[in-house]
Design a protein around this ligand. Structure first.
Ligand code: M6R
Length: 614
């Protein structure tokens, strides 16, 4: 995580850096800083906390910085060292001549530090990054060429990094390089931008070059040189970005999260357009680049993802197995990459990621690709690193998700999984035509049903207020909604910091039931269908231990009134589609509890939207 941005050109740089960092705040907001070239030397400014603090700090220096036209900036998600000013980037070498911003983790920083301290370098921060500042500076002292020094330094660095570096002795230059972390260069007229992600400069240019691992770029106002790891010049591929610069607005909502929750009905409509036309027409999914023959013979699928995307993947498993009778394994990418896995060219590997940049998922995808598997990526970012690895790309088109807590991207991922599963089921002939027709016609009704929930939020708000004082929260469900329980709990804990856990309800009696007493809220996701009665019994068991019982249900069964202290009702929906309906009130409960507690809903503490470190 962390975001970096840089500019060389002829325009005042400070606003370009600050605007760029604002667009990258989804990558972290522990601290921020910039280094700009002034007439006499490079000057560094840093602030703890949100970017607004840096803006305040810089307002005192507006005049002296107004002529600067070159600089680098950083927004931090702390990995090594607390989120303090000392640990904020840019970091400098001892004499202050070299400044550096970094995204990633330098794995051998301790060894480098020991080596550099022995040579007399004095470290000021607790970061891994500072070792690179001293390393490049010490090499520079010998070779007197910043590009060459960066090439040589990268031979000694282990880990993941995107780096932008400036040096007082080569005042018109930014040197940048990367390995397993994103870096993209924007091309203007006699100016260059560089950033972790395109929103940082998209309002200035749409022409861009994605830097590849181990390449070193040297940017001056009139020239861009890119070299491979052997210092040979390369002719980079210039891409036209498929992005519009959009002014991100809350559209009158108090938070982006609430706005994004309300966008969900239209997002489903947009995804279905052209792919699911009527309940009688076949699913059209040209994005799947596999022949019908291959799909028919497919006998194993592996899905890899993290966080909320992992929960979407778990529901994906349930429906693909149910509709297509193909065994599906789902695994957290961070676990998948450090064991011997058995994916091969006969396995379809599906990577799910809102950002398309999550380091663990990206590594897992690359590993499977190297073993010959077909890679299908479900992502909200068709321009991302993962998308570039894809053999088949399902772009979920949820639009930019600003809130760190994923909501609309989850619903969009789920909708895409349903389309994929139905598409494969049609090709494999694994579903009865009546079942296919029923599920398709219900899918077309989903947006309206979600709108119904959104237009009756008061009950959910009441529920949130009633339970907002709790320290812990338990969500239970069975079957297809077990991942819904996990996702509901994740939403609550990440924005309200309440200790929430999701359990398969049948497992409660095997241990977690010991935690129940009259202080513990237990929310039962009680959707009609195959496990309804079983879940009702599990809810009774919890009630018998005096838990504070809440139901989220589409049932009108009067016996629920005795069992539950609070009931949230949702519209009728078939069990197989119920995760798309059940999730909406859970997002709202999490939102309203956090809002009621006065938490920073869109930028919860310790988190970042895009997790680009393993
Ligand atoms: O961009 P990705 O979908 O790969 O991100 C994975 C997780 O980091 C992400 O879902 C995270 O759990 C969210 N904060 C959940 O709201």
């Amino acid at each position: 995580m962390c975001g970096i941005v840089g500019y060389v050109g002829h325009k005042p740089v400070v606003d370009i850096l600050l605007d760029g960092l604002a667009q990258l705040e989804y990558r972290g907001y522990d601290s921020s800083g910039i280094a700009v070239k002034c007439s006499d030397s490079i000057k560094v400014y840093k602030a703890e906390g949100k970017l607004a603090n840096l803006r305040d700090e810089l307002s005192f220096h507006a005049y002296e910085l107004s002529k600067s036209t070159m600089g680098i900036g950083h927004i931090r998600w702390a990995t090594h060292g607390a989120p303090t000013v000392i640990n904020a980037h840019p970091h400098t070498c001892n004499c202050g001549n070299l400044v550096i911003v970094h995204n990633g983790i330098i794995e051998n920083y301790k060894e480098l530090k020991a080596e550099l301290e022995a040579k007399g370098c004095i470290f000021k921060s607790q970061t891994d990054t500072e070792s690179v500042a001293h390393l490049v500076a010490s090499i520079y002292a010998e070779v007197k060429d910043l590009t060459k020094a960066v090439h040589l330094a990268t031979q000694k660095i282990q880990g993941a990094y995107a780096l932008c570096i400036m040096h007082n002795d080569e005042p018109n230059k930014i040197v940048a390089t990367k390995r397993n972390a994103p870096l993209v260069i924007g091309l203007g007229e006699n100016e260059f931008y560089i950033a972790s992600d395109v929103p940082a400069f998209i309002k200035h240019t749409k022409r861009a070059i994605y830097l590849e691992d181990n390449q070193v770029a040297t940017l001056t106002p009139d020239k861009l040189i890119i070299e491979d790891e052997n210092s040979a010049k390369i002719e980079p591929k210039v891409e036209l970005l498929p992005w519009e610069s959009v002014a991100l607005s809350k559209m009158g909502y108090k938070h982006f999260m609430l706005k994004e929750i309300h966008e969900q009905p239209d997002i489903i409509r947009n995804i279905l357009v052209g792919k699911l036309k009527t309940s009688d027409s076949e699913i059209e999914l040209n994005e799947v680049n596999l022949t019908k023959e291959t799909l028919k013979n497919l006998n194993r699928i592996q899905v890899i993802a993290c966080g909320t995307s992992l929960h979407a993947a778990m529901i994906g498993k349930y429906i693909i197995e149910n509709f297509c009778s193909i065994p599906v394994d789902v695994e957290a990418s961070s676990e998948y990459i450090y064991r011997k896995t058995v994916t091969d060219k006969h396995t379809l590997v599906i990577g799910v990621s809102q950002s398309g940049e999550t380091a663990d998922t990206l590594t897992a995808i690359k590993q499977s690709k190297a073993r010959g598997s077909h890679i299908l990526i479900i992502t909200n970012r068709p321009d991302s690193a993962m998308a570039r690895e894809a053999d088949s790309l399902l772009s979920v088109n949820a639009g930019i998700e600003v809130s760190v807590a994923a909501t609309k991207s989850y619903i969009a991922q789920l909708t895409s999984f349903y389309l994929l599963a139905l598409y494969m089921a049609e090709i494999k002939g694994t579903m009865k035509s009546d079942d296919l027709r029923n599920i398709k016609s219900e899918m077309l009704l989903l947006p309206q049903k979600i709108e119904q929930i959104l237009s009756h939020k008061e009950e959910i708000q009441k529920c949130a207020r009633k339970y907002s004082g709790t320290r812990d929260f338990i969500y239970i469900a069975r079957g297809i909604n077990y991942p819904t329980a996990l996702e509901g709990a994740l939403k609550l804990k990440e924005i309200s910091y309440i200790n929430a856990t999701g359990y398969p309800a049948g497992e409660l009696k095997h241990g977690p039931i010991a935690m129940l007493d009259e202080t513990m809220p237990v929310l039962s996701i009680l959707m009609k269908g195959s496990v309804y009665e079983k879940l009702l019994s599990n809810s009774e068991e919890a009630k018998a231990r005096n838990a504070r019982m809440i139901a989220l249900t589409n049932s009108t069964d009067p016996k629920l009134d005795d069992l539950f202290d609070f009931i949230i009702r949702v519209p009728e929906v078939m069990e197989l589609l119920s995760p798309l309906i059940a999730m909406i009130p859970l997002q709202l409960i999490a939102y309203y509890i956090a809002e009621f507690l006065g938490k920073d809903v869109d930028q919860p503490r310790n988190l970042a939207k895009s997790v680009t470190v393993e």
